[in-house]
Design a protein around this ligand. Sequence first.
Ligand SMILES: Cc1cc2nc3c(=O)[nH]c(=O)nc-3n(C[C@H](O)[C@H](O)[C@H](O)COP(=O)(O)OP(=O)(O)OC[C@H]3O[C@@H](n4cnc5c(N)ncnc54)[C@H](O)[C@@H]3O)c2cc1C
Length: 434
Amino acid sequence: MEKRENKTEVIVVGGGPAGISCAVTIARAGKQVVLIERGRFSGSKNVFGGAIYAQPTREIFPDFEKTAPLERKNIEHKFALLGEDDATVISYKKKHENPVSYTVVRGKFDRWMAEQAKKEGVILVEETVVRELIIENGFVKGVKTELEDYYADIVVLADGVNSLLAKQAGLRGELSPEDVALSVKEVIKLPAEVINERFHVNADEGCIYEIFGGPMLGMLGLGFMYTNKSSVSIGLGVTLSELIDRGIKPYDLLDKLKKHPEIAPLIKDGELLEYSAHLIPEGGYKKIPLIFGAGVMVCGDAAMFVNNMHWEGTNLAMISGKIAGETAVIALGKQDFSENALSHYQEELENSFIIKDLRTYKDLMSGVQERVGEFLGYYPKKINSFFEMFTSVDSVPKKEKYHKFIKSIFTDRKISDLFKDAWSAVKLLWSILK
Ligand SMILES: Cc1cc2nc3c(=O)[nH]c(=O)nc-3n(C[C@H](O)[C@H](O)[C@H](O)COP(=O)(O)OP(=O)(O)OC[C@H]3O[C@@H](n4cnc5c(N)ncnc54)[C@H](O)[C@@H]3O)c2cc1C
């Protein structure tokens, strides 16, 4: 082992779900690990919807349900297709014996995870920004903070979507506006009983809304709503390139979403507690950067590990962090920190749900982007107008209404365009299922 001052075995940069999971895995194997977080505490700088997923969280903290600060266990998933002033809502509800997900407040939950990691031997350094990596002869050897330089055999980058450090290591380039969504979110305070009544849940139960259309009609964007104990998180994310091209401010979209007749009654008379904005990786499989090099690995959002089809990010962060941690432990055992030794991380990820799922959806974003106006604009509107027609009672014979509706499809769009839409949809489906 190299003898240097301020030298440890592993430095993990970023105290989010990826970094904490990585650090605790290393500490449990009896190795030295320093976790550096720039925020006042872990979670103080994090923004998300959001729900954490129980099974992957149990893989890192098996008993988390007993002591972690959880808001509500989610029992209902609603998919709301908003038109301009109407909505079609599909709901799936089940009270699982083992809940699938919980809403959490990241400021509390990440802090709790970091405290557990500390108890298990992780050296946690907060309020410290890593400015740059120390790279010697192509090997990452440590990090520079505003105060000191720290050296390590391995540096794990879990510094989130912007990862300037992965860029400095030459593992990835500049983020492109097509590959990230800009997400804005508000937390709205409401009494717990009001939330229970409006969302039809019991005291510890929660409801998730995934929102399509509305102010985002025709755009590559989605909205969300999550119930916390006594607040509701509402937000949306739209591809950054789309916002730039159309000159739209995301807060204007969020304002409109909050006023939509399907949404407004749910948050009526609520008090705005906080608002925030954050980027979400959107590029998927095709935009995964290099995730390992000599003396370095990248995990979580920094590696663009987000499955935006399923709103999954924290689970990919936790499990990629765990796999990076396990790889670091093996490398420490062999005292081999070369690129070749750390390629084990990539191999293990390939065998995990992370790369498999991202590969499944590899053509999704480009496929939807190609026909975004149709898939996220025209057809959602048409579904709502179908239900408007179907539920209207106005003494017009039903057959006449059906014919009128079908005719409207052919007058709105050329037959050749309808074929192109159908072909794109089949291609997309095939790219997922093949
Ligand atoms: C609006 C929104 C809603 C979301 N909803 C969900 C959801 O419901 N469910 C879900 O699973 N995922 C959701 N996600 C995604 C999820 O939040 C991320 O995938 C997850 O937080 C990634 O974890 P991470 O540890 O990789 O990165 P982060 O959580 O971003 O953590 C990175 C950490 O690194 C620190 N850091 C950065 N740079 C430095 C530096 N130079 N020095 C020291 N520290 C540094 C930061 O302060 C931060 O604490 C959502 C994201 C957004 C934006």
